[in-house]
Design a protein around this ligand. Structure first.
Ligand code: ADP
Length: 551
């Protein structure tokens, strides 16, 4: 139902007002009577009117004056006014009426139909305006509500963002503290390892004749080595996550690095009865890398191959160059990797659930470490396997250093490192892999190499080969290293040969024994290659007689 609209009728004659009431009787109108200008003003203050019907001739204040006042008041200025008069009929009056802002001017006696229809127009106009006003209000309210909702959303968003930022920071903090904890843990776990190993070696040295002591010391030695490797991995992972791994890059010889990895991995490979084949291309391959970290990459792959292959398997390390990169693959005949696990095998803590995998322990961080190291060196790694039981292959690609033509090194003069080329070197080691890799490295540096696998063979080889240097293992079949060295030193054909013991034992007693046997140097495995190269660079080839002239 539409609300009734107020119409103010003003006339000093009550009967005129009654006539107006009769003419304008309509349920949509509420007629308010005023018999003087003052009454009219009071009514206008009290409520809102859609229309004013105003008599002109009134005592005290006439209709024109009242209209003037109404138009001057801001609150009432917009109210339309219809003047009614029986006296003011001249144009001038009509104009005065319009001049006050009235919208119509009617003469008495009023034609009821005309008055009704004029009032109806203004009433309709008022209603429409009122509706528009209401709609405007509603719209305004909606806009305000929207703004409020938007503000609430913004506030909520800010709060959420703030909370997310706080949580992220808290998580980062936890993560940081976890990494720091891992680093401290690894460090603290590592510290007791060296004394344990030293103590067990001491026990063994004190009673080498008791087989149980020997066996127990070897077990402890092996297990502490495994533990040491796990702790090293743990340390590296925490270093990598804290961005604390620094690569000490230098130009390294691939064969040298591979040899170092093979030397370290050999006990595990032998313990599992595997065979290892090395296939490196001739000539030297130079990589710009941190030698220790690169060796760690190959060591991890070789150890995994040994771990995840049933006893008596085959492991192959093959390298080849392709334009500016070297591709090194470590392949085994082991348990293989199911296709589903291949895509995630390099992720941290990723382990394949197989009986053999489980029995090998491990933390599942070795491969992720390998991948990160390889990537830090500008290379890439990939895993291949035809599936369970089908063996695995890990392929590492690394950029190689291409020598600038005309550079010092290209002209045959190494820019750095000692000059060790042109020597005849005899390598004596019953471990064929160790002998092969060691010789490969030295040969790659431009030396002439021969290998002997036992003491007797060493003496025989030295007699004909007349080496400048003999690199000799101690624990050898037939004649041990000490005996072989003594024998060679006594020969007439030996003039200035250099004898270097290369052994796993590095106690004072061991060094004394090799000195007594006639060795010039005593190196502990894994050999510190730069030191060896320095020793070799000191050899004066001119101090040797030509082979033919020696008896
Ligand atoms: P860990 O050996 O300590 O478990 P790694 O990161 O070195 O951790 O290896 C992750 C997993 O990948 C191993 O648990 C094993 O399941 C699988 N894996 C690694 N190397 C080989 C391989 N040569 N043959 C088969 N599975 C392998």
């Amino acid at each position: 139902m539409t609300p009734r609209i107020n119409i103010l009728i003003v006339d000093d004659e009550p009967k005129n007002l009654t006539v107006l009431e009769t003419v304008l009787d309509d349920p949509g109108y509420r007629l308010v009577r005023a018999e003087s200008a003052n009454q009219a003003l009071l009514a206008l203050v009290a409520e809102e009117f859609a229309l004013l019907i105003l008599d002109i001739r009134m005592p005290e204040m006439n209709g024109f004056e009242l209209a003037q006042m109404i138009k001057e008041r801001k609150k009432t200025a917009q109210i339309p006014i219809i003047f009614l008069t029986a006296y003011y009929n001249e144009d001038q009056h009509v104009l005065t009426g319009y001049g006050t802002g009235a919208v119509d001017y009617l003469h008495k006696p009023v034609n009821p139909t005309i008055l009704r229809s004029k009032v109806a127009v203004f009433a309709e106009l008022y209603r429409k305006n009122h509706e528009i006003e209401l709609a405007n209000h509603a719209l305004n309210d909606e806009v305000i509500e929207r703004r409020l909702v938007e503000k609430r959303l913004r506030d909520l968003n800010d709060t959420l963002e703030h909370r997310v930022a706080e949580r992220t920071e808290a998580l980062r903090d936890v993560d940081r503290r976890k990494d720091e904890f891992l680093a401290t843990l690894a460090h603290e776990l590592r510290n007791p390892l060296a004394p344990v190993r030293n103590a067990v070696q001491l026990l063994y040295l004190k009673s080498p004749e008791i087989p149980e002591v020997k066996w127990a010391s070897e077990v402890i030695d092996r297990q502490t080595q495994v533990l040491g490797r796990l702790i090293d991995d743990l340390m590296d992972v925490s270093r990598i996550s804290r961005g604390k791994i620094e690569l000490k890059r230098e130009r390294v010889e691939l064969a040298k690095v591979v040899q170092r990895a093979v030397e370290t991995s050999r006990p595990l490979i032998e313990q599992n009865g595997h065979s290892l084949t090395l296939d490196l291309p001739p000539g030297s391959i130079i990589i710009d890398a941190d030698p220790t970290r690169l060796a760690q990459v190959f060591l991890n792959l070789l150890n995994n191959a040994a771990k995840y292959t049933e006893r008596g398997g085959k492991i192959e390390l093959h390298a080849e160059t392709n334009r500016n990169q070297v591709i090194v693959s470590v392949k085994d005949t082991g348990i293989g990797i199911p296709a589903a696990n291949l895509p995630t095998i390099f992720e941290m803590f990723s382990q394949v659930e197989t009986a053999l995998s489980r029995s090998q322990g491990g933390l599942g961080i070795g491969l992720s470490l390998v991948k990160r190291l390889v990537e830090m060196l500008g290379g890439a790694i990939e895993a291949r396997s035809e599936g369970l039981g089908q063996g695995s292959e890990f392929i590492v690609r690394l950029p190689i250093v291409v020598e600038q033509p005309g550079s010092q090194e290209a002209e045959g003069e190494p820019a750095r490192g000692p000059q060790t080329a042109g020597l005849r070197i005899l390598v004596v080691d019953d471990n064929r892999d160790a002998a092969a890799t060691f010789s490969a490295l030295l040969r790659a540096m431009g030396n002439e190499l021969q290998i002997a696998y036992d003491g007797e063979e060493a003496v025989a080889a030295a007699a004909t080969f007349r080496p400048h240097v003999v690199l000799c293992d101690i624990g050898l079949p037939k004649l041990n290293g000490y005996e072989a060295c003594r024998l060679m030193k006594q020969q007439a054909w030996n003039d200035n040969m250099m004898f270097i013991a290369v052994t796993g034992w590095g106690q004072d007693e061991d060094r004394r024994k090799s000195r007594d046997a006639g060795f010039d140097e005593h190196l502990v495995k894994p050999v510190d290659t730069p030191y060896l190269l320095k020793l070799l660079s000191n050899i004066d080839k001119s101090a040797f007689r030509p082979i033919e002239s020696r008896a």
